[in-house]
Write a protein that binds this ligand. Structure first.
Ligand SMILES: Cc1ncc(COP(=O)(O)O)c(C=O)c1O
Length: 387
């Protein structure tokens, strides 16, 4: 009865963990949730009142598949202002979160057994979305400054690869950011070999230290860039976008029509009103100041409590930190023991394709108070040291 394409789709292990972690007595480093204390609740309420009172009838009507033009113009102007990137509103499609962008791109780009490079560890939502279209995955290891260039070159030189999906800023799950040198090298290599880059950038604006780096699209104008308002305004609005050349975008628009006709128009109108009436940069500064504090507490706690043979990334932005346990230690076992003691995190296993590595884990710091970060890390360290 069930279609073959569903046979090998991984279930979101994280969703399962989140069910356990939603117990308020658990200190949860598991989710990928923004800090709700920073949501602009009142401003969104005011924006929505304004939309209803000024243009309610139109805001409740069907709309275009491409998305609300003023919102696409806003995104286009922001690319120009922040990165000097020329992306016209016609090259932007508003999607139901950037997650839908991944599904649409999979649908229009991936045929059975097409070669798809993905980071190792990789974003689970992309693995899930692309798996639907039955690609041949080629995982490429992440180092502290981006993908392992030797591995990437070998993969590309020895296989028919169609696309490379990566997250160059504060990657999920590892927190790693690609260096400028690696961005340039990747762009050169992909250009030479005619491999499409899909650059997923939901965290790029959440930089709390270090200098901003150019997006890979600025070196490769024909590549694809995904963006999202989930982490900088609110995820429940479900508003993201695909920025892509017309040839790809046209097909995404057709695929989106078949899927949902258009992204929630009311949500787009409210967000646009919010963006018009408020200063997004000021709002993002509040988020990054808080996340920096939370990240610093997590790094300090790890330094204080964890044994010295445990490695961890020190993200310059975003919401995650990645731990590597010494060989022989199991993150799944640590997870089971930690849950008993009231702490949740995500073991690394689901982030790997074709790999059974069990020595890594992801910690989220954006949605945990400073006090609980300290407590949770101390509890984990006791299990690591004495179990
Ligand atoms: C790397 C990455 N891409 C895409 C998404 C999807 O985000 P959204 O659909 O809310 O825009 C997430 C969410 O956590 C993510 O981490």
């Amino acid at each position: 009865m069930i279609a073959k394409r569903m046979t090998n789709i991984p279930k979101s292990f994280i969703r399962e963990i989140l069910k356990v972690a939603s117990n308020p007595d658990i200190i949860s480093f598991a989710g990928g949730l923004p800090n709700p204390g920073l949501f602009p609740v009142q401003e969104i309420q005011e924006a929505s009142n304004k939309v209803f009172s000024s243009d309610g009838m139109s805001a409740l009507q069907y709309s275009t598949t491409e998305g609300y033009l003023p919102l696409r113009e806003y995104i286009s102007a922001r690319y120009k202002e922040k990165e000097n990137l020329d992306i016209s509103p016609d090259e932007i499609l508003i999607t139901n979160g950037s997650q839908q962008g991944l599904d649409l791109l999979g649908k229009v780009l991936i045929d059975d057994n097409d070669g798809v490079i993905i980071e190792k560890p990789g974003y689970l939502g992309a693995i899930q979305a692309f798996s639907m279209y039955n690609p041949e995955f080629y995982p490429v290891s992440l180092e502290n400054d981006g993908v392992d260039m030797k591995e990437l070159t070998t993969i590309i030189e020895n296989n028919a690869v169609k696309l490379f999906y990566g997250i160059p800023n504060f990657q999920n799950p590892s927190g790693v950011t690609y260096s400028t040198e690696k961005r340039e090298q990747i762009a050169q290599l992909l250009d030479k070999r005619n491999v499409l880059f899909i650059e997923d950038n939901p965290y790029g604006e959440l930089r709390f230290m270090g200098g901003t780096k150019k997006s890979i699209k600025s070196y490769l104008p024909d590549s694809v860039l995904l963006g999202s308002f989930s982490k900088i305004v609110s995820p429940s609005l479900r508003l993201g976008w695909i920025a892509a050349p017309q040839t790809i975008l046209e097909k995404c628009i057709i695929a989106k029509q078949a899927s949902d006709l258009h992204t929630n128009y009311l949500s787009q109108r409210i967000l646009y009103q919010y963006l018009t009436d408020n200063n997004l940069d000021n709002h993002i500064s509040k988020i990054t100041a808080t996340y920096k504090m939370q990240r610093d507490i997590m790094v300090q706690s790890i330094n204080t409590f964890f044994p010295g043979n445990i490695e961890y990334t020190k993200p310059e932005g975003g919401m995650f930190l990645w731990i590597t346990l010494p060989n022989g230690m199991s993150a799944m076992k640590l997870f089971e023991r930690a849950i008993e003691k009231g702490v949740a995190f995500v073991p690394g296993k689901p982030f790997y394709v074709n790999d059974n590595s069990d020595t890594t884990l992801r910690l989220n710091f954006s949605n945990v108070t400073g006090e609980n970060i300290q407590k949770g890390i101390e509890i984990m360290s006791k299990i690591i040291r004495f179990d």
